[in-house]
Design a binder for this molecule. Structure first.
Ligand SMILES: Nc1ncnc2c1ncn2[C@@H]1O[C@H](COP(=O)(O)OP(=O)(O)O)[C@@H](O)[C@H]1O
Ligand SMILES: [Mg+2]
Length: 262
């Protein structure tokens, strides 16, 4: 136990032989990877390779079939979430989840709430921040994502790119130590993609451990410290970005990078 902890001091997310099946379909076939604290990990791979499932497992949105994921001092396994060998209640799991921000392809803003209310709801309800404090933090983040004038707007009056920037700001309101992005720009027109990627790069990942599922390989090469490549549920590449991009192990990844012009 002590040994585990010592080893994990510089590791933020430790995947240990993670397997996940949906019925007979095995989607993750034994993923082992140690993500260092503060890493920015690009998660690459073709559609259906298991990227979303892997990321969702970290956030307890999917239960593992086998193996475990250690996130800080919580160990997520097939039978539940444990800390110091004790199974955590749903309530405690919810508390862990607040330290993990997740941004999806679809923006998931509350449509009936203004931008400001979208941002302050969880910090007031979950972190017990006062309205004044939450509002101050929200305005600060809205300035940082370049949208302070949209505080009183409703989501349907914003472009997709603006909605996604708000969704990122809303996640950051909880000051999570981990940020997960699942194809944050794939629902956007190409001209709106850049503004969202800039926010991801400049703001969301600073000092945090981030996993970014993306098809934007140039972006991945520019921002990622580490790269994971999934192929049919197997981790075919994992390592520092410079290494994986310049010297991928598998011929399939080589072709994948070449076809993207890297
Ligand atoms: N809830 C689910 N039930 C059944 N099959 C699923 C479910 N979620 C994902 N899958 C299947 O798992 C495989 C991997 O999906 P996913 O993790 O979404 O891949 P990716 O994000 O890389 O495109 C796909 O074949 C998908 O159809
Ligand atoms: Mg996906």
């Amino acid at each position: 136990m002590t040994e585990d902890k010592a080893v994990l001091t510089d590791i933020c997310i430790d995947f240990r032989n993670v397997r996940k099946s949906f019925g007979k379909l095995e989607v993750l076939k034994g993923i082992t990877a140690a993500i260092p604290k503060g890493a920015t990990v690009a998660v690459l791979g073709s559609s259906g390779s298991g990227k979303s499932t892997l990321v969702r497992c970290i956030n307890h949105l999917e239960k593992l079939s086998e193996g475990e994921i250690q996130v800080a001092d919580a160990v997520l396994g097939a039978k539940g979430v444990y800390r110091d060998g004790r199974r955590l209640s749903e309530h405690k799991i919810a508390h862990y989840r607040t330290d993990i921000g997740m941004v999806f392809q679809s923006f998931n803003l509350f449509r009936h709430l203004t931008v400001l209310k979208n941002l302050i709801e969880a910090p007031m309800g979950v972190l017990r921040q006062s309205r004044a404090e939450a509002t101050e933090n929200a305005m600060d983040l809205l300035r940082k994502v370049g949208l302070p004038e949209k505080a009183d707007a409703y989501p349907h009056n914003l472009s997709g790119g603006q909605q996604q920037r708000i969704a990122i700001a809303r996640s950051l309101m909880m000051r999570p130590s981990i940020m997960l992005f699942d194809e944050p720009t794939s629902a956007l027109d190409p001209e709106l993609t850049g503004e969202v990627l800039n926010v991801v790069r400049d703001l969301a990942i600073g000092g945090r451990t981030s996993l970014i599922v993306t098809h934007e390989l140039t972006f991945a090469r520019d921002v990622a410290s580490h790269v994971m490549v999934l192929d049919h549920g197997l981790l075919t590449e994992f390592g520092p970005a410079a290494e994986v991009f310049t010297n991928p192990k598998s011929a399939r990844t080589q072709r994948f990078f070449q076809s993207a012009g890297l």
